[in-house]
Design a protein around this ligand. Structure first.
Ligand code: CA
Length: 226
């Protein structure tokens, strides 16, 4: 699936880590590029237009990984996997609702990381054969084939997981789904987090898609889309 057109940008100031990750990505047929600061990352990302970004949280210089994510997200829904060093960084990644698609905690296995990269890209690029557009409320339309959500015909920039979560809720309209069901259905085996993840993504969906999305919190259970 990976070919030499599949560009991955590795943003990481520790050359031991970035060189190792680059080696593994290259071996699997990706075309990796490195950036060691946030400023450089923004340049490389705009030059190379990557299919996915690996983003260290703690970076030297003016911009840390969270700043970079925020700036990238303002313009693009490219999948982002955070590389986090400590629990408090994970909390910041989740708490700031930046729309990361996943995170891995250091030290990580490069092989496992590449497997995650492939899983996310597979999901993003999978062709959809199902009927594609679903109307949610009067103004919201979710189009699986285009991986696009529109409100009043204007596209909404959703991160990969946010889109997948909304699609899963839409496919199960009218059913109250527990956080655990949502984690299983949307994140599957790739996820090693907790229920907060679901809440964070739901909050993002509500904020981005707006009030016309009839997404109800079912107390003691989880969420239901009507
Ligand atoms: Ca670092």
């Amino acid at each position: 699936m990976a070919n030499d057109e599949t560009v991955v940008v590795i943003v990481e100031d520790d050359p031991n880590i970035s060189d190792l990750v680059e080696l593994y990505l290259r071996r699997d047929g990706f075309r990796p590029y490195q950036a060691e600061t946030g400023e450089r990352a923004l340049e490389v990302i705009s030059e190379r237009n990557p299919s996915l970004i690996l983003l260290d949280v703690g970076l030297p210089g003016e911009l840390d990984g969270l700043d970079v994510c925020r700036r990238v997200r303002a313009e693009s829904a490219v999948p982002i996997i955070f590389l986090t060093a400590r629990d408090d960084e994970i909390d910041r990644v989740l708490g700031l609702e930046l729309g990361a698609d996943d995170y891995v905690t250091k030290p990580f296995s490069p092989r496992e990381l590449v497997a995650r990269v492939k899983a996310i890209l597979r999901r993003v690029e999978a062709p959809r054969t199902q009927p594609t557009a679903i109307e949610l409320g009067n103004t919201v339309v979710l189009d699986s084939a285009r991986r696009e959500v529109t409100v009043n015909d204007s596209p909404v920039a959703l991160a990969t997981r946010e889109f997948d979560l909304l699609r899963y809720l839409a496919e199960n309209r009218g059913i109250a789904l527990s956080r655990r069901q949502l984690l299983d259905g949307v994140w599957g085996d790739e996820w090693i987090g907790d229920d907060r993840t679901v809440d964070v993504h739901v909050r993002q969906l509500r904020k981005k898609v707006g009030d016309d999305l009839s997404l109800t919190t079912v107390w003691g259970v989880g969420y239901r889309l009507d």
